[in-house]
Design a binder for this molecule. Structure first.
Ligand code: UDP
Length: 430
């Protein structure tokens, strides 16, 4: 794709991803869609002339100070606090150390080394705020998730986000020159719940790697995963944590089997991903639930996977379930649809944008077992519905791409520059 040449592009952007590295395997621990987002957009920014340096916290003594993610994309592993054993909730204690590490890197270069900062998640936003002041460059911030939104839709056994995070988010919203929202829903949340200036908010839909995730041979994918060809496959892909609600899928599966006992021989529910968030406190909880529900014979727990191995899961599935209590967008939903697999998703957050109800999948308004069993069985039992939604899935996903996301990010960067310089001029004349 040729990007518009009139726009002044940053030569070099500092991207802050404090709490998780784009080099980590997504789908477990703190690594998820944000990691994929940062890696995919950084590669494309670099291809189009903006070098990217991603600052992240070193989580092991083995990692080198820098690593190349792709040509023009450097990951800087900043030492801030102990390498291992620091929980995400303890990271605010390391903001100063992380900021000092980033400032030290910049000070080794000529002034003006970076001409823009893009921070991801509120912790990075705090450091981005400081870098903006110190380096005299615009700050673009993407929240990815917002504590006020998360706290409004918690799973029953999840703990609320602390007030310190809310305050920290509010500060970053006030200080950033541009706020990038994944969807219009998130944009409205930034404005209505956090008092963001509507002129500072830009909606930039995330993308999907359409070269990797494409419709393909279901039979081959099933062979790869050692699944019977006549299996009925309902998959879950993502971090195993209460917010993602994999338990809702397991309960609905048990109900489905109760209603259609004849499915028992053929039903397979792959659950792909590793423990994360408050799911780490009881990593075996989902296994225990499967046992309680009497469905250990149909559920297959699989470790996180990537690339073609992940694509095989999407291609092998009859449907992918995304029952989350909250989801700022839901990349898994898009990836599954790009592989021609319909998605049954909760109608929360960005999922009604990621999934087109009745066209590329089904949206469920709530998390009750009966509702979810109804949605799953309608897809499996109603003649022709699954095939129609499968065709709609790939079409819907084709409307998203990382190239488009990157193009829109460059527009947001240009806007941030303008806003930043206008503010500086005002400060000088005041
Ligand atoms: N993912 C992965 N391997 C896995 C499970 C998930 O690479 O085994 C990736 C998945 O492809 C997606 C991301 O993790 O790109 C999850 O993003 P999503 O927006 O669905 O959820 P998040 O983790 O950001 O809450």
């Amino acid at each position: 794709m040729t990007f518009r040449t009139l726009r002044v592009r940053p030569r070099r952007a500092a991207v802050f991803s404090l709490h998780t590295s784009p080099l980590e395997q997504p789908g477990t621990g703190d690594a998820g869609g944000m990691n994929v987002y940062i890696a995919q957009t950084a590669k494309r920014l670099a291809e189009h002339g903006t070098e990217v340096e991603i600052f992240t916290r070193a989580t092991s003594s083995d990692v080198p100070p820098t690593a190349e993610l792709a040509p023009g994309v450097l990951v800087r592993n900043v030492v801030a606090g102990p390498f291992e054993g620091l929980d995400k909730h303890e990271l605010p204690s390391q903001l100063c150390a992380f900021a000092a590490g980033a400032l030290r890197v910049e000070a080794r270069h000529e002034p003006g080394h970076y001409d823009l900062v893009h921070s991801h998640y509120w912790l990075s936003g705090q450091v981005g705020w400081l870098a903006r002041e110190r380096w005299g460059v615009p700050l673009v911030h993407t929240a990815h998730t917002l504590a006020k939104v998360k706290n409004a839709s918690l799973a029953a056994d999840d703990s609320p986000e602390p007030r310190a995070r809310i305050v920290g988010e509010e500060q970053v919203v006030d200080e950033a020159d541009r706020l990038v929202a994944n969807t219009s829903v998130e944009a409205a949340d930034l404005i209505d719940r956090y008092g963001a200036d509507p002129d500072a908010v830009r909606t930039v839909p995330p993308g999907v790697d359409l070269d990797l995730f494409s419709p393909g041979d279901t039979a081959a994918a099933r062979r790869e995963l050692d699944l019977p060809q006549d299996a009925v496959v309902l998959a879950f892909v993502g971090r195993i944590q209460p917010l993602k609600a994999p338990d809702v899928l397991l309960r609905a599966t048990a109900e489905l089997l109760h209603r259609h006992p004849e499915l028992r021989e053929r039903l397979v529910v792959p659950v792909v991903g590793g423990p994360s968030g408050s799911g780490l406190e009881r990593p075996r909880a989902l296994h225990e639930l499967a046992a309680e529900l009497g469905i250990t014979d149909v559920v297959r727990f699989l470790p996180p996977r990537t690339g073609a191995d992940l694509r095989a899961v999407y291609r092998a599935a009859d449907l992918v379930a995304v029952p989350s209590y909250n989801e700022s967008f839901g990349l898994v939903a898009l990836e599954a649809q790009a592989c021609g697999t319909p998605v049954v998703a909760a109608a929360v957050g960005g999922l009604p944008i990621a999934v087109e109800d009745g066209v590329s999948g089904l949206l469920v308004d709530g998390h009750r077992t009966g509702q979810w069993a109804d949605a799953l069985s309608s897809l499996l039992v109603r003649s022709g519905l699954r095939e129609r939604l499968a065709a709609g899935s790939a079409r819907h996903a084709a409307g998203f791409s990382w190239d488009r996301t990157t193009e829109a990010l460059l527009d947001a960067y240009a806007g941030a520059r303008k806003a930043f310089h206008a503010q500086r001029r005002q400060e000088v004349t005041a």
